[in-house]
Design a protein around this ligand. Sequence first.
Ligand SMILES: [Zn+2]
Length: 346
Amino acid sequence: MKTLKEIHGQEKAIVFLKRAIASYKIAPAYLFTGIQGIGKTTTAMAFALLINCMDPVDGDGCKICTSCKKIIGGNHPDIIIIEPDKDKKGIGINQIREINRHLAFSPALERYRIIIIDPAEKMTDEAANAFLKTLEEPPPHNIFILNVRDPGELLLTIVSRCQKVPFKPLPTEDIVNLLINEEDMDKEKAKIVARLSEGSLGRAIKISKDDLFTDRVSWITMLNSVINRPYDILIDMAHELTGFGKRSATDKELKDDRIALMLGIWKSWYRDILIFKLEGKLDLILNSDLNNHLKKASAFYTVDALIRSLTVIARAEYDLMNNKNLLFLLERSLLGLKRAVKGSYV
Ligand SMILES: [Zn+2]
């Protein structure tokens, strides 16, 4: 578990939180906003560590007092993490009722109870409305931390009751250095992974796992073949892409995650071809190890076709976020990408 000073790239958010603790102006609810994998959950836990620490060191949790040890061991009675139920699609009303049961009592260790809702946009409508009531009159010594990608995805009445703390994507250079120093990656690979990560260290680490890095090349090869494949083969491809892993309840999440990465890679590829066509230069290319493939592929696309293709991917990413059927989403996207070349959408 990291302390606040060990978190990279979120100095502004961290200074803000430390000041709140130092001046005893702690809000009953915080809204941590920003894309996945940039340190929202890590910061929430480090904040919980500090605020409950019996003997803070240099403005951070000491990691050795009883409270810190319990938090690190995952058995502190006052740290409550609410996540989507693995079998269901979101955070349900029963989980909010469970929070209310806790709130009926003072924190067990007589300090602060921290309730982290992660990600808050996964609350069902019913859960969000019930939570709003909880948020209207929170008992003292309870602090809510809501992680959310975009506050627009939450009820305005919830957003307005929270203190907003924005988290920023990390600069590419910082991710390159972190990958080299902490993940032991060679420089060339680190550069490609960092550019593909869109500023998210979590995403960079996911991409850098060896099979995903290799999968990137096969995903791009597959994408290049879409134009020439008949429609029935594209349907088969969609089935193949959704066919892996059917063993446990967490598989859906893993599958969604992989498809999200694949869509991100496809987007980076179209973006690379577009930049190459418009600028004629290779120095801004994300997939810089595939320059030769890029030059060949660029001959098959017009600028308009690339923009249409990017629209198809954006639609797929939106549908994926909103839990649409994976097979339907991929069929539609692959057919859409083929048609985009010819000048029409699906
Ligand atoms: Zn401590």
